[in-house]
Design a protein around this ligand. Structure first.
Ligand SMILES: Nc1ncnc2c1ncn2[C@@H]1O[C@H](COP(=O)(O)OP(=O)(O)O)[C@@H](O)[C@H]1O
Ligand SMILES: [Mg+2]
Length: 178
């Protein structure tokens, strides 16, 4: 597989069926996609993955996870560690991707989710923007970034039980705008 998987190249592919997806398998597949870069940089990937299923658009969410892992790989020169966790607590699914790479300047932290924001040459800067859109709009979840002493951590929070017939027009719906 090519190392330069463009963010969301397959995003607009019409095959977008909501289906029960095993998130552990999806994460393992994402790691596979970037495996050559991981090997080349001698990066250690530590996985703590619970067996969790969720109904979602698998292909779209795969792009989100690939981008987050690729960003972690990009933040390292050689020999770093990436820790990927997937767990469920109460009604929440939490996916976290933590790296000990170069980190992000404090002043730039509010910009990383902006479209076209990038510090890389030859990159689009759309990965995190698209990821945030997908997580918030399609999955009604949240994504959070943290600066660590060394490195960066991204966390995704999803509802373990998603309301299939969610409609923004239902009055007094917990998610509807006031
Ligand atoms: N894990 C990370 N470590 C350090 N910087 C990061 C990390 N993830 C994202 N960033 C910063 O956020 C920017 C935007 O990321 P992204 O939207 O995925 O676009 P791109 O990867 O194309 O630059 C990156 O260029 C980088 O500056
Ligand atoms: Mg990216």
């Amino acid at each position: 597989m090519s190392e330069t998987i463009d963010d969301f190249r397959t995003f607009y592919q019409p095959k977008a069926e909501s289906e029960k997806v095993n998130l552990k398998e999806l994460i393992l597949k994402s790691i596979d996609f970037i495996d050559s870069a991981i090997q080349k940089k001698e990066i250690k990937v530590i996985k703590e993955l619970e067996n969790i299923e969720l109904k979602l658009y698998g292909n779209e969410f795969l792009q989100v996870i690939i981008n987050l892992i690729k960003n972690a790989v990009d933040s390292m020169s050689k020999g770093g560690t990436i820790i990927i966790k997937l767990k469920k607590r109460e009604n929440q699914i939490v996916i976290s991707i933590k790296d000990n790479g170069v980190g992000i300047d404090k002043e730039l932290i509010t910009k990383v989710f902006d479209p076209y924001f990038t510090t890389k040459k030859d990159s689009m800067g759309l990965g995190l923007y698209m990821s945030k859109m997908i997580i918030e709009r399609h999955l009604k979840g949240t994504i959070k970034i943290e600066r660590l002493k060394k490195g960066t951590k991204f966390s995704i929070y999803l509802k373990a039980i998603r309301e299939e017939n969610y409609s923004p027009f239902i009055k007094n719906h917990p998610n509807s705008e006031k």
